[in-house]
Design a protein around this ligand. Sequence first.
Ligand SMILES: Cc1cc2nc3c(=O)[nH]c(=O)nc-3n(C[C@H](O)[C@H](O)[C@H](O)COP(=O)(O)O)c2cc1C
Length: 224
Amino acid sequence: MKIAVIHGQSHKGSTYHITHMLLDHLNCAKEEISEFYVNGIGSCVGCYQCIMKGEDTCPHRSQIGTLIAALEESDVIIIDSPTYVLSMSGQLKTFFDHMGYRYISHRPHPSMKGKIGVAISTTAGAGARKTTKMIASQMFWWSVGKTYQLPVTVAAMSWNQVSEKIKAKTEQRTARLAKAVQHKLGYVRPGIKARFMFFIMKQVHKGMDYSPLDMEYWKIQGWI
Ligand SMILES: Cc1cc2nc3c(=O)[nH]c(=O)nc-3n(C[C@H](O)[C@H](O)[C@H](O)COP(=O)(O)O)c2cc1C
């Protein structure tokens, strides 16, 4: 099982530790795990080059190319972020902006529909569920077949402050989640919402030439 992890923060706090709890339960060889940090990726400048001319023309391609390749080669994609002001971290959102060309509406990677996504967020008090929902929604639009969410209210500002009770409960939750992921691996089928969106976009690309590159891509994939 190949796992790609995107950390929405560069420090090793509660979010990082909980992601690693899950990795430990997934019991995967170290060489199969690729971890990335999105801090330092330049903000999207809104040039539309990725969509209209191809992803290699993005001015930040050198900062994101390896990361995206790892996502596409993985079986499981784990994305985490602390909850900041009831949302994901700004740097993670910046990375997601760069993935717009991989939306179902543009050029989704064909391997995504067989993958499992996991969205993880921690919060001191509120908003972790909202954050994991947003992360999961991004993966849906990449056409990831199945996504699990792990929102954790840690009632703390740092991992050292997290109570033993919360740590033990989180240990149990990550163990259960790991089992679910392992059970599902190899059996992922896109749900009805994804299939419906795909159907709609098929009609769009058949009939509208708003992005010739996208249309060509859909033809090459044999989708239209
Ligand atoms: C800039 C910032 C914004 C935050 N916003 C919220 C928030 O909206 N709601 C909340 O309950 N906690 C909030 N927190 C607390 C963190 O979500 C919480 O401590 C989290 O577990 C930190 O994860 P980390 O240890 O991985 O950094 C915020 C913390 C920071 C630094």
